[in-house]
Structures are given as C-alpha cells and as structure tokens.
Design a protein around this ligand. Sequence first.
Ligand code: SAM
Length: 394
Amino acid sequence: MFAQLPPLLRDLKLPLRLQLWDGKEIDLGPNPTVTMTVKDPSVVSLLSRPSLDTLGTAYVEGRLELDGPILEVIRLGDALSEAVLGEEDEGAPERRSRDKATDAAAISYHYDLSNDFYRLWLDREMVYSCAYFPTGSEDLDSAQQAKLHHLCRKLRLKAGEYLLDVGCGWGGLARFAAREYGVRVFGITLSQEQLALGKERVRAEGLEGQVELKLLDYRDLPQDGRFDKVVSVGMFEHVGHANMPTYCQRLFGAVRAGGLVMNHGITARHPDGRPVGRGAGDFIDRYVFPHGELPHLATMVTELSLAGMEVVDVESLRLHYARTLEFWSSNLEANLAKAAQLVPEQALRIWRLYLAGCSHAFQKGWINLHQILASKPHDDGSHEVPWSRADLYR
Ligand SMILES: C[S@@+](CC[C@H](N)C(=O)[O-])C[C@H]1O[C@@H](n2cnc3c(N)ncnc32)[C@H](O)[C@@H]1O
C-alpha cells in the first residue's frame, strides 16, 4: 500500500495516519493528529488524485473515516490535495438561468433540514450569515448582535421606515430591526421551516404589528418602490450569474428614490466567478448549496449599477466569516450526539465538512465576504447618505 502512494505524499511528512481495512497503519509524518481510515481498497486509488471533492465524497459515503479535530482534518486534506494537484481549477462554468421551482427545491434541500439542528450551532437569534467582530475577541452572540447593528446603521434606519429583508432566514434581522430601530419589516424566504419558526418568534416577541414574514421568491417582490430600505444578507449566493440582472432590478424596483440597498454576501476570488478549485466548489454544489454561485465583487457592482443604483460603500469582512464559521463548526462538534438524533448521518457528515471547510476557505482567501451599500438616487442626482461615515462608529 505504501508503495502505491504518490511519492509526493510520502515526502510531505504530514501528521496524518492512514489506517487500512486490514488493520495496517501508515504514518505519513511524525505525531499524527488525524487518522484517515480507508475502509475499502478502492479509496487507495483516490489518494493518487485526491481532489477535495473525491476525498469529501468518500467521507460522506462512509468509505473513509476521519478522526481528529475537524479543522485539522480540513487543513491536512487540503495540504494532501494541494501537494498532488497543485492550484488546479477549471475556469468559469457555463451559466444557465434557473426557474423558481429549481431554486425553491435547492433552498428547501439546505434550509428545511431541521430547525433544531440549526439551533444547535447558530447564535440565539439564529442568524445564518457572517458575524461582525469589532475587536476580534467577541463571542458569537455578541458578534451577531454587532453585525445586525452594523447593517442597521449602514442602512441609516429610522423609526417608522419600511424595511424589506430579502432572504430573511429565521427572521433574526427583521425582529432586531423592528425592536431596536422601530421600523416595519417585510421579510421573504423560500424555506417553509424557516418561515414557521420565524413567525413563531415574531409572535413570541409580540412583533406581529411590525414584522411580516412571507414565503416569496425575490422575482415576485412588489415593484412600486414602497420600501424605504432594502437589505439582503447571505442571499445573492443563491441567485446565479444568469439571474443577477433580474435580482438587482427587483431590488431597484422595490425601494423608493433616495432609499438605500444593502447587499451582504459571499463573493468569488476570481473576477469571472469560477468555483473554488480542486473540487471544493463541486462538493459544495452537490452536497451543500445546489445551484449556488458566487459572483465577484466587480460583478455585483456592475449589476447594481446597471440596474440604476449607485454603490456608495463597500466593506470586506473575509476574516470575520472565517471566525464565524469556526464558531459554528466548534458548536456543532460539541453537539455531535444531539445532531445525530436530528439529521441523517450523511447530512451530519456533509455539514461537518462544510462548516470547517468554509472557515478554511475564508481564512485562505479562496472566497470573500462583501457588504455593498447602494443608493437609488433621486431624479436630481442627490442621495441620502451622510457627508461622513462617523455615524457608523459612534
Ligand atoms: C444564508 S440564508 C441567510 C438568512 C438571513 N438573511 C440571515 O442572515 O440569517 C439565505 C436566505 O435566502 C433565502 N433565499 C434564497 N433564495 C431565495 C429566493 N429565490 N427568494 C427568496 N429568498 C431566497 C433563503 O430562503 C434563506 O432564508
């Protein structure tokens, strides 16, 4: 078996132990921190071309077991894959427009998994997007609260305004903005499970008069400029390049002249928005976010501008997302036994790899996170953004 491994792997001296189906053990380096148990001989051939997709798939299918701290598992898997494959990526794939039914099925696959499962590892408001760590030492709850404030401040929310939350998740931001900033909120999601729990939480807080959550596709948003502000957090990753012009036009049509639009989401490293290399993008597409596509920041700025908006501020929070995912991953790892009662074993394997893997991806700069604030200018060209940004950091 050792002779079958590519020489590169043997020379790497990774702290990785291979345990074979027949009980034999091979250490690729001193003091192994991770044990990879190869349960059937077919997996050995994978090791001669270890893409992140083939390794991840073998684990999801139970042909490979991985024992050790999950972030270390990911780090070693990446080192193994990079040593053999180099910086392989496949360029930009063909992009097809998707209909509402396809998107609804993809959203249901991910978000309707189990509210109780998500509750195990998200913060108390169940915010499912990058948190904001003003000093870098906050816990997850504080960092999510700080993120919600950061968004509401950037939107310059004032009591009585009407806010649209596109892709509202479990309604954490909608309830927070209503409670803390006195706005009315209309939030939309495509997930039945999110909607049910979101509505329950709105009722529990007595916010029914201020917060309305609805199952609605962004393509069906009212287009009469009735909203003062629009926020979309962690949602445009589901839109796809081909539909991005429509998405931006719908945001433009929903907000009044002078209103602000905040787009917060994951962006690609490469300007053409190609998926993350060495198979990581394929794994995410197949098992985690079917039909998800990450645009580059430049694409989003272009599309928002073409739809008639003026981009006024951009902030990158890449390392904030690496840390957020580290919290989510360690919360899940601390609750594996409970999680196993809530979701099928295969889903648990997928989510373990996805949370730790995405933390690694943000850390390494394979993907980024941008908050893009845009304004819908008045006819005379004026807008309602303050002269300085001092109000954000009071
Ligand atoms: C990653 S979650 C973010 C949730 C929330 N904004 C937060 O930060 O916690 C993405 C959200 O986008 C919603 N979404 C995705 N595609 C959508 C579509 N076509 N129309 C409406 N909502 C959509 C999902 O249902 C989900 O609520």
